[in-house]
Design a protein. Sequence first.
Length: 348
Amino acid sequence: MTKVNLGIIGGGQLGSLLAVAAKKLKIKTTIFCDDIDAPAKNYCDEFIFGDYKDDKIIETFINKVDVVTYEFENIPFETLSEINSKKKVFPKPEINKIIQNRFFEKNFINELNIKTTDYKFIKNKSEIIENKTLIPGLLKTCTLGYDGKGQFKLNSVSDLNNLVIDFSKEYILEKFVDLKKEISVIITRFKKDSYEIYEPIENIHQDQILRTSKVPAMIDKKIKNTSEKWAAHISEKLDYIGTMCVEFFIDKKDNLYVNEIAPRVHNSGHLTINSHNISQFENHIRAVCSLEKLTTKKLFNAEMTNLIGDEILKYRDKKSKDNEFFFDYKKKDIKPMRKMGHVTKIIK
Ligand code: AMP
């Protein structure tokens, strides 16, 4: 049998960890990325540098690979569709089209009768004032925002006087949730009614960036069951193939809301590399390459900490303890607020 060549679009830490998981399964990886210094260069078998809209590069990529997946959601829909017309893309491009726009994504979730925070589509300043019942709230760009980028916190309408908002972009205004906890559920769907689901992971954010993730999440059984049920329902309705993550808010009254869906492996699932027999990355590769679905089991409780900015330096210099696993994304430059690596501690 010839070796499968898996194409991965995007070469950040997720692409790197996917390439590492693929290697374990003896699957070749070709990464296509618009960053010449992408960290995944260090881990894949072949690297193609180019613009995601460059037809020639897209053609080269298509010709090299057997099946394609991606590590981030902001890839032009036209690019994914073009690739999908020649080689299968998982998850399918239509899913990405819904999820890369916060407004479409929230509409989709609400149509399934799954709760999100209240929200409204916003085109200009007066529409914010008309919807002031959503304040305190967050104004988020419909597309391209992550880790708090493209977001404005509004504590009162008067905050608008101090902000410069570019209304050539589209926004949603969403009500601020009085958070008790944040959790995520990672699920890998192989086909209809066939999936592996990881127990909810508890996440702590700082400045809207994920700081730590741990299992088990300290939540009651009802929230655990509902979050898992909703994640499974969303993946079925999307006819999803591969690993995805559903991020949830739990408010002080124990109401559960979906914050967002990530149509890909997710930072909060990094701990599964060490806590489970099969990581979110390996399961993703298994699903998109039509390999066997094995039963996923937790082996250990664990806590993962993201190393942000120059925090990485300390870890590069020290020897990890036996129960600590350090991952360096080998990004070229250290920048403040940039995720540079992570460390997972397993708890026996
Ligand atoms: P996001 O990019 O939308 O996932 O937001 C990043 C983080 O900002 C979330 O994980 C929360 O910690 C915080 N956040 C975003 N939206 C809200 C909200 N409506 N209410 C409270 N916190 C929020």
